[in-house]
Design a protein. Sequence first.
Length: 79
Amino acid sequence: MLFIIVPIIEITLLINVGQAIGAWNTVGLVLLSAFIGVNMLRYQGSQPCAVLREEWRPAKCRAVKWLKGLCWLSAVPCC
C-alpha cells in the first residue's frame, strides 16, 4: 500500500512545487537533492563497510576465535 501512496504524494508535491517556482527550478532542486544524497551515501556508506571489514579481520573475528578454541580443545585429548 505504501508503494502506491508515497509515489503519488511525491509526484503531487513535485507538480505543486513546479507550478509555484517553475519547472526548471524544480528540476534543479531534484538534481541538487540527488547529488547531495549520493555524496552522503558515499560518505556514510563507506563507514559501515570499514567497520565490518575491521570486525571480520581474523584477529578480531569471534568465529575465528571460537574455531581456534575448538581446535585446541579437540587437540588436547589427542596428546
